[in-house]
Write a protein that binds this ligand. Structure first.
Ligand code: ATP
Ligand code: MG
Length: 398
């Protein structure tokens, strides 16, 4: 191949590799063919999504080349272009734009004489253009798939938010009904009792009203914890074992006040300190301990609060040998307002634990099965070099 042709191919390869749209590639091809091979006229057609070939770029032939043909008629395209462009054109050359198994378009070159064009250069330029078109098509496909994926992700996030909001609304309205219905009943009792001059009955109902109101306030309190309106938000370096001991004391007291004595064993292994809001972690652990105490009423002998460390985490877990959870309960246990305890539960305990761990950049794992007990572990990222003793200290009863 003469040097000039090699130069032309090299230059074309460089410019065409920078073009990322099919239309630009075809315009560059028309320029190159017109300049180096066929100065009389070039028309480049692109195969569009509807299966038709349409003019994408032309040099020297003008608007007469603006034709459209079906894919099936591509064999007649060159003849038709030549006929449309007038009798001054006496010869034509036709090349399809093919890369791999895909056809991207068709190139028609018209001549006003019968001189043989430099076919090697023609084919070289067309092959380079076809490869660039195939790359552009892949890029376009990837961009389209990426946009679809992003749209699907956004839709999923929207529907997930709506689901959580719906669940929250259902839970709040359920709890409000549980407070307002008894309040209105007690109010009726008080009105009737006062009408009859029966102050003792009125007083009794007022006491019950107070208890209901107290329950309502507790629910609001837990909702506030859940949505993190909590006042204390400062993280500091904390010892998980120390927080565990505080939580055990509170959990035991709660159990005792509900008439449920609990045996809680400590297996604390002094894992490295972590950055956390201490009070939030204590309240998450109390939730886990109270849940375990609740579960032990049905079956079980002991609760274990254990701590330890893995590669980059310090963890603390509450484990019981109670009745465990069915797959359905385990699936929903962390959903806000999901409870199997009827009036006795708000279903915000584990949702709060989950939200707390998210805020701390950590995670929660749940291990449970029917009749196999339940273990819920809170894992915290450890910043800086690990310290503390590894493994598990000998257990002791508390
Ligand atoms: N240790 C456990 N053993 C068995 N089931 C459990 C245990 N912990 C939680 N669950 C199940 O998960 C559900 C949700 O727990 P969560 O703490 O969120 O709410 P709750 O305990 O029902 O209500 P609240 O925390 O307001 O008292 C419970 O109702 C129970 O069915
Ligand atoms: Mg609970």
């Amino acid at each position: 191949m003469p040097d000039r042709a090699i130069d032309a191919l090299g230059r074309f390869a460089r410019v065409v590799s920078d073009a990322d749209a099919a239309h630009d590639v075809l315009a560059l091809l028309a320029d190159a063919l017109f300049e180096h091979v066929c100065p009389d006229g070039v028309a480049v057609y692109v195969l569009e999504m509807d299966g038709k070939l349409r003019l994408s770029a032309e040099r020297g032939v003008g608007p007469a080349a603006n034709l459209e043909v079906d894919l099936d008629d591509v064999g007649t395209l060159a003849e038709r272009v030549r006929a449309a462009c007038g009798p001054s054109y006496v010869a034509h050359l036709n090349r399809p734009l093919v890369a791999g198994a895909s056809l991207y378009g068709d190139v028609v070159m018209l001549r006003k004489d019968h001189e043989e064009p430099r076919l090697t250069l023609v084919d070289g330029l067309i092959d380079l253009a076809a490869v660039a078109l195939s790359t552009a098509a892949h890029v376009e496909l990837l961009e389209r798939q990426f946009a679809e994926l992003r749209e699907q992700q956004e839709m999923l996030a929207r529907s997930e938010k709506l689901r959580a909001l719906g669940q929250m609304a259902a839970g709040v309205s359920h709890d409000l009904r549980n407070i307002l219905n008894p309040l209105s009943l007690h109010l009726q009792v008080i009105t009737r009792a006062l009408d009859r001059g029966n102050v003792a009955d009125a007083k009794e109902s007022a006491v019950e009203m107070k208890a209901v109101l107290h329950r309502g306030l507790q629910t609001i309190e837990r909702l506030r914890d859940f949505s993190r309106q909590s006042k204390e938000t400062k993280s500091e370096l904390v010892e998980l074992d120390q927080l565990a001991q505080e939580a055990i004391a509170i959990g035991k007291a709660r159990g005792a006040s509900g008439g449920r004595e609990a045996t809680i064993r400590e297996e604390l292994a002094a894992p490295p300190q972590v950055m956390a809001v201490g009070s939030e972690i204590v309240s998450a652990l109390v939730n886990l301990i109270v849940n375990a105490i609740d579960a032990m009423v049905e079956k079980g002998t002991a609760i274990v609060v254990r701590s330890g460390q893995d590669a980059n985490t310090s963890w603390i877990e509450v484990s019981d040998d109670g009745p465990g959870m069915s797959a359905e309960v385990a699936e929903r246990a962390f959903d806000p307002f999901f409870t199997t305890k009827g009036q006795d539960g708000t279903g915000l305990g584990l949702a709060m634990v989950y939200a707390t761990m998210q805020r701390h950049g950590g995670n929660v794992t749940l291990e449970t099965a029917p009749q196999q007990g339940t273990t819920i572990r809170l894992c915290f990222p450890v910043h800086g070099p690990l310290s503390g003793r590894a493994g598990i200290a000998p257990s002791r009863k508390s």
